[in-house]
Design a protein around this ligand. Structure first.
Ligand code: DGL
Length: 286
């Protein structure tokens, strides 16, 4: 493992070194899917902290400690970059981690905010996410720093995570829950909605249907994962660290029994999950 501490020269890593992706659980596979699409030659090490999910209702202090442990685990695998795919961790722990590590560490909030700020025509933007993400006001602050005319309206949609994990994608209950949460945007005239949680792109069809009905006009949905994969690609290109050689290997680690992760994860990733291993949280990092 290369030492995380900054100040020293950057560690020597080849373009063949893997990209590390971290999420509180399974949802980050929606981000991994985009990375695989946009960077098809990259080796990927994914860690999902399935033993301690959800993060979205936890305190900043706990989320920072858990996120650090997983990022140290990724560092042990000599990753050349870390993507914090979890919106909640990105909202409260990204700066803390990025300042400590010598490799690029990126989150999903800045890329998602950038896309929202540039695509909204009327500068009226909605954000949905977990309680911790919404309470952090991280999206709101980032969007308004990018576009001073922006007005941001936020809503926590806690039930979306279990609905996505349950696989209730085209289900009457999901449609009803979407309508219930999203009616808060009535009268805001938003033209753009950021899906600020890893799980939400899985429910994009229901979210889209509900928000269009409520607003009475089409609303652009932003998938922060898609935008983040693009940012990762740009950073690697700039550093001449894109892997052009390898036949990509994708390795997945979880902190609890992998059974559910495999079943649901294949739906999130859109392909077979072959290489999953369980790691002990107690043996990670600290
Ligand atoms: N991965 C989390 C996020 O994107 C959602 C699940 C959780 O609460 O841990 O915010």
């Amino acid at each position: 493992m290369h030492e995380p501490v900054k100040n020293n020269a950057a560690p020597f890593l080849s373009p063949e070194a893997p990209i590390g992706i971290f999420d509180s659980g399974i949802g980050g596979l929606t981000v991994a899917k985009e990375v695989m699409k946009q960077l098809p030659n990259e080796n990927i090490i994914y860690i999902g902290d399935t033993a301690r999910v959800p993060y979205g209702t936890k305190s900043d202090r706990t989320i920072k400690a858990f996120t650090l442990q997983s990022c140290l685990f990724l560092l042990e695998h000599d990753v050349k970059m870390i993507i914090i795919a979890c919106n909640t961790s990105s909202a409260v722990a990204l700066d803390f981690i990025a300042n400590m590590f010598r490799i690029p560490v990126i989150g999903v909030i800045q890329p998602g905010s950038q896309a929202a700020a540039s695509r909204s025509k009327n500068h009226r933007i909605g954000v949905i996410g977990t309680h911790t993400t919404v309470n952090s006001q991280s999206y709101k602050k980032t969007i308004t720093s990018l576009e001073s005319k922006a007005e941001v309206f936020s809503q926590a949609c806690s039930l979306f995570v279990p609905l996505a994990e349950e696989g209730w994608l085209h289900h009457g209950v999901t449609d009803q829950v979407c309508s219930e949460y999203l009616k808060v945007f009535e009268g805001t005239n938003i033209d753009t909605l950021v899906m600020g949680c890893t799980h939400y792109p899985i429910l994009a069809d229901s979210i889209d249907k509900a928000i269009q009905k409520i607003m009475g006009h089409p609303v652009t949905l932003i998938d922060s994962g898609v935008e983040t994969a693009q940012v990762a690609k740009n950073i690697l290109a700039e550093k001449k660290m894109i892997n052009t050689h390898s036949k990509a290997s994708h390795k997945f680690y979880v902190t609890d029994l992998p059974k559910n992760f495999t079943a649901v994860g294949e739906r999130f990733l859109g392909k077979k999950l072959d290489s999953i291993e369980m790691v002990n949280v107690e043996s990670m990092g600290f």
